[in-house]
Ligand binder design. Structure first.
Ligand code: SAH
Length: 378
């Protein structure tokens, strides 16, 4: 006999989907089970993509029944899929009511597959050249919603992590989607621990990059909590320009930001910071800016990624002309700063740096391109 319920049965069940190995260990300890159950279940979920306890064949029948009563494995759903002719893909993932979503982009190249992951719904930082900023901030993503982007991407590619040894279809993660990851650091770190877990995705630290608009206390905290790589959206060599285009600079000016970057890599030989620099016509793209940037970065182990500005409706900015970008790059390279310019990808689908807006509707007028995080030298 079934009793009448006003809430779905699953709401009282613990969702194991986004739990890290220690968190799963605690869950099983509370059930009176041995810790190795956490190792088994995390492999089922993240290496094999399994969400039904009945498919977890190395768990006894009794335990499977108990799990079905008390827990569930429920990832979020994909709302829309877009597939570029060049292999770039974009998914809109439902994380809220109706048409609210976050966007995740997969960019395959010859040597790697990079997944661009979102950390918040919207963004609070109001960078002037970014259309995500126009949405304002809605909320932080949970660690389950962050790791779900990787889990769903593997599924959507029709692949299992378990089938890959060495070279992986998704080999790199960049936390460069919607949101400021350092303002949601605890959840980002929990998700990153699953990305790095050998029983889950087993990604090496240098293959995971967190990009920040320059939240200085967050950079120091990240250094304490994790060993992943750091990218900083610098976009200007001085406070005068940076204040105009990135309001966060008024709180954490360039000098403090660069001190934090230096501290992030200090004492760790192989480490460097990647600086992103969006090329805005007539704003930050002069030879003088390039020379000033060289001075600012002198003595720091760094790389620079020049990003051609991706325009969006209503923006007052224009992308720098090609010869400007080349001149800027030449100046940096001539002073031994390794500098790349991101290659344009996926111009036939709705995805681009700074243009992720996570809306199910109203996007048809957008015409823009994506630039690949892994970059090519001009
Ligand atoms: N909040 C983080 C990560 C998200 S943005 C950060 O600021 O780093 C990812 C990158 O895209 C950042 O370097 C950002 O400055 C850049 N970006 C934003 N809008 C852009 C646009 N319209 N064209 C090109 N790059 C853009």
């Amino acid at each position: 006999m079934t009793s009448p319920r006003t809430v779905p049965e699953t709401t009282s069940k613990r969702n194991l989907f986004g739990l890290s190995r220690p968190q799963l260990g605690q869950f099983f300890a509370d059930l009176g089970e041995k810790p190795f159950r956490a190792s088994q279940v995390i492999q089922w979920i993240h290496r094999h993509g399994v969400t039904r306890f009945d498919d977890m064949t190395n768990l006894g029948k009794g335990l499977r029944e108990r799990l079905k009563e008390t827990a569930c494995i429920t990832p979020p759903k994909v709302l829309t899929r877009q597939h570029s002719q060049d292999g770039t893909r974009k998914w809109l993932i439902q994380v809220g009511p109706e048409n609210q979503g976050i966007e995740t982009v997969y960019i395959p190249t010859k040597n790697r597959g990079t997944l661009c992951v979102s950390s918040q719904v919207g963004c609070a930082l109001d960078c002037q050249f970014c259309s995500t900023a126009q949405l304002g901030f809605s909320r932080n993503l949970g660690s389950d919603e962050i790791i779900a982007q990787l889990w769903l991407a593997w599924k959507e590619l029709g692949l299992n992590v378990a089938d890959f040894h060495g070279k992986k279809a998704i080999s790199n993660i960049v936390l460069m989607g919607m949101g400021e990851p350092l303002l949601n650091l605890d959840n980002v770190i929990s998700a990153v621990s699953i990305m790095q877990d050998d029983l889950a995705y087993g990604l090496a630290k240098k293959r995971i990059t967190l990009s920040t608009a320059g939240h200085v206390p967050g950079i120091y905290r990240l250094r304490e909590l994790s060993d992943i790589s750091l990218a900083v959206s610098l976009h200007a060599p001085n406070d005068q320009i940076r204040n105009q285009i990135m309001p966060i600079n008024r709180k954490y000016p360039v000098e403090e930001l660069l001190d934090a970057c230096q501290a992030f890599i200090s004492g760790q030989k192989q480490r460097h910071v990647t600086f992103e620099y969006v090329m805005l016509d007539g704003i930050n793209d002069s030879d003088e800016c390039a020379h000033e940037l060289v001075k600012r970065l002198s003595g720091m182990a760094s790389k620079v990624n020049l990003i051609p500005f991706n325009p969006f409706p209503g923006t007052r900015f224009k992308c720098s002309p090609e010869h400007r970008i080349q001149s800027f790059q030449r100046i940096l390279m001539s002073r031994n700063i390794m500098t790349m310019t991101r290659r344009t990808r996926g111009d036939d689908i709705d995805a681009a740096c700074g243009q992720l807006v996570g809306k199910h509707t109203g996007r048809r007028n957008h015409r823009h391109v994506r630039t690949a995080p892994e970059a090519t030298v001009l």
